[in-house]
Design a protein around this ligand. Sequence first.
Ligand code: GDP
Length: 298
Amino acid sequence: MAFERLSERLQAVFRQLSGRGKLGERDVDEALREVRRALLEADVHFRVVKEVLERIRARAVGEEVLSSLTPAQQVIRIVRDELTELMGGANQGIAFAPQPPTVILLCGLQGSGKTTTAAKLAFRLKQQGRRPHLVAGDLYRPAAVEQLQVLARQVGVPCHTGGPQAAGDAVEAAAQGVAAATEQGADAVLVDTAGRLQVDAEMMEELRRTRDRVKPHEVLLVLDAMTGQEALNVARAFQEEMELTGLVLTKTDGDARGGAALSARAVTGRPIKFVGTGERVEQLEPFHPDRMASRILG
Ligand code: GDP
C-alpha cells in the first residue's frame, strides 16, 4: 500500500517527539529534519518538500506551540494541516455543467489507466443516479475500443465508438460520440482518448483538437502513481498544453511511495479528484486530502 513507509517514518519521528515533554526549538528542528528526510524518501518533489517544510517550521517554532502544554501534539497538528493543504485542502468532485450533459475528457499516457478510469467514473455516476455514456476516442490502440465496450457492458452504460464517417479519425469519433450521447439523453459523457508511451507532439495535437471539438467541462489527467517523479513531469507537460481541471491518480493500491499524491497538486496547481485503488470498476474513490494526511500520520 502506498504511503506505508512514509507513514511509519513519520509516526516514529512523532513518537520520539511526544516522549520529550517540554520542547525547545532544537527538538522541533531535529524532528522537522526527519520529516524532511522522510518526505524526500517518499519521492515527494524536492521543491515541494522545501516549501512545505518552511511553512511547517514557521508555525511550529512559534511561541504558542513551544509554550503549550502539549507541544508535540501541536507540531503533529501543524504537519497534518500543512500536508492536507499541500494535497489540495477539501475534496473536489466532478464540477457538473449547469446545462447537461457534462462532458469529461480523460487524457494521459498509455497504460496509465485511462480506459479503466473512464469505466470506473461511469460506474460511480450511474450509482449516483446519473445517466453516463462512454465515448471511445482511442483509435490508436486497436484493442482500446473493444476494452471500453467490454467495460461499458459490465457497468451497464451505452458506449459510442464513432460511425463510418469517423473513418479512423479519433477527433471525429469523439465528436460524433458526444453528439450521439447528448441526443440519447446522457447527462454525463466520458470521453476516453489515445495515449502514447510518452508525451509527444502528435498526441497533444490530437488531444487539443478533440478538446476544441467536444468542449469538455472537465479535462482530467490520469496518472500512474507507480511512476513517482515521472508522473509529475507528465503532469506538468499536460498542464501546459491542456488546461487540466483535475487529476486522477491510479494504482495507489500498489507499492508507490506516495510522492506523486503528495506533490501533484503543488506541481500542477490542479486537484487530485479521484484515486484508483484496484483493477475492478468499483475501485475508484474520491480523494480526500484531510483523510489521506490523517492516514499518513496515523
Ligand atoms: P490506458 O492505456 O491508459 O487506457 O490504461 P488501461 O485502462 O488499459 O489500464 C492499464 C492497466 O492498469 C490495466 O491492466 C488496468 O487494469 C490497470 N489499472 C488501472 N487502474 C488501476 C488501479 O487503480 N489499480 C490497479 N492495480 N490497476 C489499475
